[in-house]
Design a protein around this ligand. Structure first.
Ligand code: PLP
Ligand code: TYF
Length: 396
């Protein structure tokens, strides 16, 4: 059975980790994978998470199966975060939310549901997008193409072209949108541009699928989630995947969710029943621990306040790193307007460096970024910044 199996290409981002681990250069810096490190280069354990963990371990609960759609208190807390606690759409019972294995799991459960409901639909992702979007939706059986997004010359967004592509898409097309902190470019739509995107989706009868992997890393929890309110207000039906990998620094616990906004309570009940079939036939039911941690933090006022503060700390440290990077690059003699670095939102900077320049950064300086030119600003710190800026200046 396996004799003819061909070697699959490795993930362009996660594959870099293996290359990084094997590099003997003592000065190596990993700016490849999108992970937040603190100023000491360590993966943080948030204080709010440590406190919740302590509580849970002391209580030492039995480890039974969870319901197929996950912990009810967790799903409810996710809904509050994404749609606003007590919001009209929640009170009307119009949102089906299920716990998922990270944001990726939320995307996959949503993709499988949509494939059952509308097998002929096409999927549009941004050009460029997170590498896994194309692979995930292709694997779920969809034909995937792109809508224009990044504009290299202005380091901005080809907004008119994007809008035109959405308006021209056939009804029923699934359009994957980054809710905030676009990966990989860091270029986000303004609220006014979102209004036009929502209207275009509505006019063309599209099915928006919002990927929210970085809520709180752009402008703030509420600010980054505001786009959801715009879609709700339009009356459209849409999907939202949520990831807590970054915002709780819980990468390996695989904590995420999928929310589906439906027309009414009855439709929501039916959609939820179908989501449960997707889950049951894939992995039966989700794991307990990570979602318990997040539910505990989100529903305990003191821990919730602590989380918001710690998330703000991560957001502000990334911003400070952006400002310092601009300063150091300018000081190292990199010419031109570098203000795009501080304009970009979230964990990444799309540097504009070519694949060849990125490869030189790796081989000559031990600075690992993605060949697309993406670097993870959230992995910069006060100790590695000088070396990174000097290396970029040498290849730029
Ligand atoms: N979507 C985007 C845009 C991402 O950048 C990531 C990053 O990890 C994910 C989804 C997946 O998140 P998770 O690790 O929670 O599956
Ligand atoms: O873009 C990133 O770096 C993160 C992490 O297959 C990631 O989103 C990268 C690739 C992948 C899964 C997660």
């Amino acid at each position: 059975v396996f004799a003819a199996v061909q070697m699959a290409p490795r993930d362009p981002i996660l594959g870099l980790n293996e290359q990084f681990a094997a590099d003997p250069n003592p000065a190596k810096v990993n700016l490849g994978v999108g992970v937040y490190f603190d100023d000491n280069g360590k993966l943080p354990v948030l204080d709010c998470v440590a406190a919740a963990e302590k509580q849970l371990l002391e209580a030492s609960k039995p480890k039974g199966y969870l319901p197929i759609d996950g912990i009810a208190a967790y799903d409810k807390a996710v809904q509050g975060l994404v749609f606003g606690a007590g919001s009209e759409v929640l009170r009307a019972g119009r949102v089906a939310t299920v716990q998922a294995l990270g944001g990726t799991g939320g995307l996959k459960v949503g993709a499988d549901l949509l494939k059952k409901l509308n097998p002929g639909a096409r999927v549009l992702i941004s050009d460029p997008s997170w590498e896994n979007h194309r692979a995930l939706f292709t694997n779920a059986g969809f034909e995937v193409s792109t809508y224009p997004y990044y504009d290299a010359p202005t380091r901005g967004i080809r907004f008119d072209a994007m809008l035109a592509a959405l308006k021209a898409a056939p009804a029923g097309t699934i359009v994957v949108l980054h809710a905030c902190c676009h990966n990989p470019t860091g270029c986000d739509l303004t609220p006014a541009q979102w209004t036009e995107v929502v209207a275009a989706c509505q006019a063309a009868g599209l099915v928006p699928f919002l990927d929210m992997a970085y809520q709180g890393f752009g402008e703030g929890i509420a600010e980054d989630g505001a786009v959801i309110g715009q879609f709700v207000a339009s009356g459209l039906q849409f999907l939202v995947s949520t990831s807590f990998s970054k915002s709780f620094s819980l990468y390996g616990e695989r904590v995420g969710a999928l929310s589906v906004v439906c027309a009414d309570r009855d439709e929501t009940t039916r959609v939820l029943s179908q989501l449960k079939i997707v889950i049951r036939t894939n992995y039966s039911n989700p794991p307990t621990f990570g979602a318990q941690l997040v539910a505990t933090v989100l529903t305990t006022p003191a821990l919730r306040a602590q989380w918001e503060e710690e998330l703000a700390g991560m957001r502000l440290r990334i911003r400070a790193m952006r400002a310092s990077l601009v300063e150091k690059l300018a000081a190292a003699g990199v010419p031109g307007d570098l203000s795009y670095i501080t304009r970009q939102k979230g964990m990444f900077s799309y540097s504009g460096l070519s694949a060849e320049q990125m490869q030189r950064l790796r081989s000559e300086f031990g600075v690992y970024g993605v060949d697309s030119g993406r670097i993870c600003v959230a992995a910069l710190n006060s100790k590695n910044l000088d070396a990174v800026a000097a290396a970029i200046a040498k290849v730029a």
